[in-house]
Design a protein around this ligand. Structure first.
Ligand SMILES: C[S@@+](CC[C@H](N)C(=O)[O-])C[C@H]1O[C@@H](n2cnc3c(N)ncnc32)[C@H](O)[C@@H]1O
Length: 264
């Protein structure tokens, strides 16, 4: 799981507590119909920004950032052509973390627009620093729940790609229901991809990798691009940057699996 440091940033909304941003995955009810807290793939902690992150936030967030809650509530439109000032293939990353992959992949593909969705503010601030440093104009950051965004705002067949690198593994059995990659989510993600668009997953948790593969194999709108490879795994693409999570996995002896599925 991503590091969640410190506490208490003034003016921050508690997204996990927000009914619009968090009401996804499965809102279940008890027999008495009392609503449960919705199950999310993340836990939102209030996190303190470093001085540098705060500076980047104040300088760049108003231009480059949007709140998912505002898009869901209608305060702002979901409008990538106006955000980027052009219409280009659009890739959405769920859980951009500290933004290493996002920034590097956006720099390597200037003709593609990138939407990074994350709930962890220090990570978003770090990505703002990276895009300022690299002078990138093809990245927009969204703070909030990517699942609600996909379901309620991203039009069907509109994305060239969805990337989910090292999603929180939720290794304890009782937390497994929080895993992002489940049949309902994968059907939603597939529906938002344009034909030919790709869903790229990477994880260092063996049993999550197996779950991802079987869930995606069972989705009729997706085809495994590496079905002919041993185990159906995509050989690690050398263009995917090595992040802290992948380095840690190597140190701890865990194998990393990539999966790339194409929308039929
Ligand atoms: C383990 S971290 C991986 C970060 C990054 N992809 C990497 O490879 O370094 C997973 C991230 O996904 C974010 N996340 C989980 N569920 C999310 C959701 N539904 N919407 C947006 N972000 C989410 C978490 O906040 C966390 O920062």
């Amino acid at each position: 799981m991503c590091e969640k440091r410190g506490a208490g940033r003034p003016g921050q909304r508690d997204l996990a507590a927000s009914p619009t941003a968090a009401a996804h995955v499965r809102a279940s009810h008890t027999h008495s119909e009392a609503p449960h807290r919705p199950i999310t793939s993340f836990v939102h902690h209030r996190s303190r920004l470093t001085e540098g992150q705060q500076h980047a936030w104040d300088r760049w967030w108003p231009e480059r950032g949007r709140d998912v809650a505002d898009l869901l509530g209608g305060a702002q439109p979901y409008d990538p052509p106006s955000w980027f000032g052009r219409t280009a293939p659009l890739v959405l990353e769920i859980g951009s973390g500290m933004g290493e992959s996002t920034a590097a992949l956006a720099a390597a593909a200037p003709d593609v627009d990138h939407i990074a969705v994350e709930v962890y503010e220090p990570g978003l601030a770090q990505l703002l620093m990276r895009i300022a440093e690299l002078g990138l104009t093809n990245v927009v950051l969204l703070r909030g729940d990517a699942v609600a965004l996909l379901r309620e705002r991203v039009p069907p067949a509109s994305l060239a790609g969805i990337r989910i690198f090292f999603p929180d593994p939720w290794p304890k059995r009782r937390h497994r229901k929080r895993r992002l990659v489940q049949p309902e989510f994968v059907a939603l993600a597939a529906s938002r991809l344009a034909p030919g668009g790709t869903l790229h997953l990477a994880t260092d948790w063996d049993d999550y990798a197996t779950q991802m593969r079987s869930v995606c194999d069972a989705e009729p709108a997706l085809r495994n691009t590496a079905a002919d490879q041993p185990g159906g795994w995509t050989p690690r693409p050398d263009w995917r940057p090595v992040t802290k999570f992948e380095q840690r996995a190597h140190h701890e002896g865990r194998e990393v699996h990539d999966l790339i599925y194409r929308r039929t």
